[in-house]
Design a protein around this ligand. Sequence first.
Ligand code: SAM
Length: 271
Amino acid sequence: MTYRLFEEKHHATLYQKYRLTPPNEVKELVLQYLDKKKGPPHELAVDLGCGTGQNTRLFAPHFQKLVGIDVSEQQVQEARAIPGLDNITYRAGTAEELPFPDGSVDLLTAASAAHWFNAERFLKEADRVLKPSGCMALLGYTEHFSLHHGSCGDRLKNIYAEVMKALMPYRNTRVAVANSKLEDLFKAIPFPDKERIECIPVKMQMSINAALGLVETFSMYQTYLRTEPQAATALLESAKMRLLEEMGVSSPDTEMEVSTDYYCVLACKPH
Ligand SMILES: C[S@@+](CC[C@H](N)C(=O)[O-])C[C@H]1O[C@@H](n2cnc3c(N)ncnc32)[C@H](O)[C@@H]1O
């Protein structure tokens, strides 16, 4: 089964606007792993479940060619519309059936996406397309964000937690796989050389608008919006008003400090 929860044009537009680009420290971790295990040349990397291409563009300067693949045609179209390096191409397709010859890929990445894949079929396909000593990097963050501003203490964090609690009934079960930091998928990787880094703490400056925009991209928010449009819109509007009030500011462009943890599963195909 392929999950098709990211198909609509307005969802893809939100993705382009609000999705996070993984931090440089995660990118460096992945590149250092690839260099240690395989080394040059860095000919081809493939970013699976690329969405609107934030992670694809991050890795593009480090490879001769980078292909972003997503099952959603709308996501791919949004990704293509963003100026990037000319070594990037985007294609509609699935992580379980990749359009590459055997042993041709140096690095496979998936940012906040691998929990949607069929683990068995994806891992078989990864094994087929990776070069000997080629690597995979499955990264992401859980939905546990901590918000801070001035002397607000835990009050902003609590508002965010209440929003997430309201969305819980609309959460697809696959999101729990991401929140487990891909524990079972990691165990299923057939390569003996693998590691799972569970906690890479990251702090970002993010406006109220950007933080709530990110929540809007979540599949569970979009499910809520389809089911109860007025309640879903009111949830974020009320969260915005409460954040403004607690922070004592009038502009939703005011920034907060947002902290979260990234995780990263790394694995290297035997030589
Ligand atoms: C949560 S989004 C992450 C997008 C982007 N990588 C990011 O970091 O924002 C997951 C993406 O995976 C795609 N997807 C889901 N199942 C897929 C599959 N089996 N093969 C390829 N893409 C898939 C969805 O269409 C969606 O764009």
